[in-house]
Design a protein around this ligand. Structure first.
Ligand SMILES: [Zn+2]
Length: 383
């Protein structure tokens, strides 16, 4: 496997106020761990600097006035900062702009475009975009939840418009619902948006009856989960809902909104996944991409606010993309790993399969599941 790591130090220059969870150290830590493991020089890993997304590419999902507003505010903050003013300006709920925020944001949106070009030209098999600011809350004309431009949505639209793809799937396992991504493609049947998230939780959207509208009815799939659930629920949801919906949709490219804030030790999320659990879920996605779309897969960084988790989860995902199975899990399983949960995963899965008309649907393309292996995996990561 050849994997592109798409990263630029400009991402560290998008500043937020002290104690803000979405801070440059998140990516610094990921790079530090990759360096410590000596994985940046690994065979098969290609570092590609991201290009900037053009205004036209951004405008395929965002309003032009909004794009220019972000640029202008960043320029104003730069001028003020030069005169000794504040380095960051409050822009929208939880979302700040600093002098270099626009420069960082257009490269964060450009990173998955660089990835898609490299994959479609055969230069690499898959890619990890280590970017910030994150994107999945950003609406066409509104910043929110730490996000300025919707990186993954810009990428999906680009794959449709510039590479002529007809079906793109976005899998979002960030602990928050990607309301912006859902909104942008709500009526578009060419993009299947699948989100699993904590609920009730920020931003308040993502109910299971939000399924798309008009021509897009059925291409939005939401799996709201109560706080504290972990791999024992995520795994059947991934294997029996996400994978089957993906198989039916038959994507030509899979994008992942890779947020690690559903980790048990995340300061914002209250879920119970371990890094090994994230690894298993990511492996399911990688196998699916192999089966359905030649392995074409782009992971795009969203949340994840525990620095140790950021380091280990990013390294783990890159390891998996390169075709290795091992997870780098410094923190291990959560303290509640052995707890009995009141949520019955079987009932939940059956209900989701009913809502999304998957009842009776069998995977067309996937090999028969190895039940013994599944059992081992279900025990493995949380044991
Ligand atoms: Zn999040």
């Amino acid at each position: 496997m050849t994997t592109a790591l798409i990263y630029d130090p400009i991402f560290l220059e998008h500043l937020t106020p002290p104690k803000h969870p979405e801070r440059p150290q998140r990516l610094e830590m990921a790079i530090k761990v990759l360096e410590a493991l000596d994985w940046l020089q690994r065979d098969g890993l290609v570092q590609i600097p991201p290009r900037e997304a053009t205004e036209d590419e951004l405008a395929a999902v965002h309003d032009r006035a909004y794009i220019r507003q972000i640029k202008e505010v960043a320029e104003e903050v730069a001028r003020e900062a030069q005169q000794g003013g504040r380095k960051t300006r409050f822009f929208a709920t939880d979302t700040y702009i600093s002098a270099q925020s626009y420069a960082a944001a257009i490269k964060a949106a450009g990173a998955p475009l660089t990835a898609i070009d490299a994959i479609m030209s055969g230069e690499v098999d898959n890619a990890y975009c280590l970017v910030r600011p994150p994107g999945h809350h950003a609406l066409p004309d509104e910043a929110m939840g730490f996000c300025l431009f919707n990186n993954v949505a810009v990428a999906a639209q680009y794959a449709l418009d510039r590479h002529g793809l007809e079906r793109v799937m976005i899998i979002d396992y960030d602990v928050h619902h990607g309301n912006g991504t859902q909104d942008i493609f709500y009526t578009d049947p060419r993009v299947l948006y699948f989100s699993v998230h904590q609920a009730p939780f920020y931003p308040g959207t993502g109910h299971s009856d939000e399924r798309g509208e008009g021509a897009g009815l059925g291409t939005t799939i939401n799996v709201p989960l109560p706080a504290t659930v972990g791999y024992e629920v995520y795994e059947p949801v991934f294997r029996q809902v996400m994978a089957h919906a993906a198989d039916r949709f038959d994507p030509q490219l899979i994008l992942v909104s890779a947020g690690f804030d559903a980790h048990w030790n995340d300061p914002l999320g209250q879920m119970n996944l371990s890094t090994a659990g994230f690894a298993q879920l990511t492996k399911i996605i990688i196998d699916l991409a192999q089966t359905l779309c030649n392995g074409r897969l782009v992971m795009v960084q969203e949340g994840g606010y525990n620095l140790d988790v950021m380091g280990s989860a990013v390294a783990t995902c890159i390891n998996l993309l390169l075709g290795d199975d091992a997870a780098v899990d410094s923190l291990g399983a959560g303290p509640d790993a052995e707890k009995e949960f009141h949520l019955n995963a079987e009932v939940l899965v059956a209900e989701l399969r009913r809502i999304h008309k998957l009842t009776g649907y069998r995977l067309r393309n996937a090999p028969k599941p190895d039940i013994e292996r599944l059992r081992r995996e279900m025990k493995g990561p949380q044991a």
